[in-house]
Structures are given as C-alpha cells and as structure tokens.
Design a protein around this ligand. Structure first.
Ligand code: C5P
Length: 241
C-alpha cells in the first residue's frame, strides 16, 4: 500500500482525532511545514521540550492558528508553587493539553491544574486539560503498584488524563477509569524502537483503550512521512470509535 493509494484522510476521518504528531524539531518554521503536510492525519500537534526550547509559547500560538489542538508536553516537575506559577503562564497560551510528571506528587499536580485554570481564565480561554505522565515509555520497568499509585494521584489532583505505555493501560484504567488515556511509544511491528523501551503497535494500543496516540519518529523520520501517516491511520481506523 502506498501513500498515493491511501490518499489524504477523508474529511471527518475517525482516526485523525486520535492522533497527536510529536514535532520534535528545533525550528518552528520546519515544525509548522511538517505539521501542515501531515494535517490530514493528525488533529493534534505536540510541542515538546526541543521545540519549546527553540520557540516557546509562540510555537503553541502558531500551531493553534494553523488549526491544530496543541499538546504542550513539558512534563513539569518542581515544587508546587513553581509548577503552579508556570502553569498559570502556560494556561494563557492556547494549548489544549499540558503535561505534568506525576512523580511530583498530589500537591504539585493540583497546583498545576489550578494554575492552568487561573491563566486561562485571565484571557477568557477554556483551561487546557492537565495530563499526568505516569512512567516514561523509555523506562523498562513500570511496576503495576507504582502505575496504579500515579494514576490515582492524577485522578485525585484533578488531571483530565494520563500518559502511559500501552502495556500499562489495564492497570491505569482500573485505577483511574474516567481519565483520558494518552499513549506514546507505539511502533509498527518490526520498526526501529529508538530509545523507547515499552512499545506496542498502534492497533494494540487502541485496542487496549488508548484515546490518543502520540506518534513521532515512525512518521516524522520516515522516508515518506505522508505514506507512513496514511498507513498509521488506516491501521487504527477500524479500532477507534
Ligand atoms: O514516537 P516517538 O518515540 O518518536 O515519540 C517520542 C515523543 O513522545 C517525544 O516527543 C517524547 O517526549 C514523547 N513521550 C514519550 N514518552 C512519554 C511521554 C511523551 O516518548 N511517556
């Protein structure tokens, strides 16, 4: 199957709202052009540490202007007041999702959630959804007890969702059934895993209950990113609701 065979995703494609494109680049212009090329398959654009270091909140503003829901993935982790104050600033910038590391604890997560709401209210926007990162997908060991504790922390502190590996979903779903489930670390079967340790295929992740897949290098570094994105969407389309 080629990208041309698959074509652009149809308008209203079911897969699109479940796919977040990790724009791990050091230049906003390059990130924007890659995002525009892949927009038929991705409703969400993720700004991570690299792009944020290069362009700051301007990256969020620009990608939102281009029509994306923006996922600001800074995995904030510091003392509660520092995180709360940073979250207030981020709450003004138009992101749809902002990540915090659950290892920071309940007070830190709650300060982050409150900060996002306060910042958004100052500019008359809806508050971004706070997502709690449980255990990084690059970490080999994720004990079930730790995952359950971190998912419960995210729930108790008012996060709207959690970020975890596909393999963690059964434990995390049991601990926090109502939270949005965001899953990075997916790869087509047999593809290079790079620095990820706990990988699954996109269809396994969706079948296990992922609501939103974060996809980076398997598409952005493919020889033909459009073709890789089209294949990805075709793979999950029948598994999403
Ligand atoms: O698909 P790929 O492995 O390239 O995705 C990597 C992206 O997902 C990076 O932007 C990384 O920050 C992000 N991410 C992750 N693991 C997490 C949370 C986010 O790999 N637990």
């Amino acid at each position: 199957m080629t990208g041309a065979d698959l074509g652009a995703a149809p308008v209203g494609d079911r897969a699109r709202s479940h796919l977040a494109l990790a724009l791990d680049l050091d230049d906003l212009g390059d990130a924007r052009s890659l995002a525009r090329r892949l927009a038929p398959w991705f409703a969400v654009a993720k700004v991570g540490l690299e792009l944020f270091a290069a362009a700051g909140t301007e990256a969020v503003r620009a990608l939102a202007e281009d029509g994306f829901e923006v996922f600001l993935d800074l995995k904030l982790h510091d003392i509660p007041e520092t995180v709360g104050r940073a979250a207030r600033v981020l709450g003004r910038c138009g992101a749809r999702y902002v990540t915090f590391h659950t290892s920071g604890g309940e007070a830190m997560l709650a300060a982050g959630v409150a900060g996002l709401a306060a910042g958004a209210a100052e500019v008359g926007r809806a508050a971004p959804a706070a997502l709690g990162v449980t255990v990084l997908t690059s970490t080999r060991d994720a004990p079930a007890q730790l995952l359950a504790e971190r998912a419960a922390l995210a729930r108790a502190s008012g996060c709207a969702g959690i970020v975890c590996a596909a393999a963690d979903l059964p434990v995390v779903r049991a601990a926090a059934p109502a939270l949005l489930r965001v899953v990075p670390g997916t790869r087509p079967r047999g593809a290079p895993v790079h620095d990820q340790a706990r990988v699954a295929t996109p269809e396994e992740a969706v079948a296990a209950g992922a609501d939103l897949l974060v996809v980076g290098r398997s598409v952005t570094r493919a020889d033909d990113p459009e073709r890789a994105a089209a294949c990805l969407a075709a793979t999950i389309r029948d598994h999403v609701t």
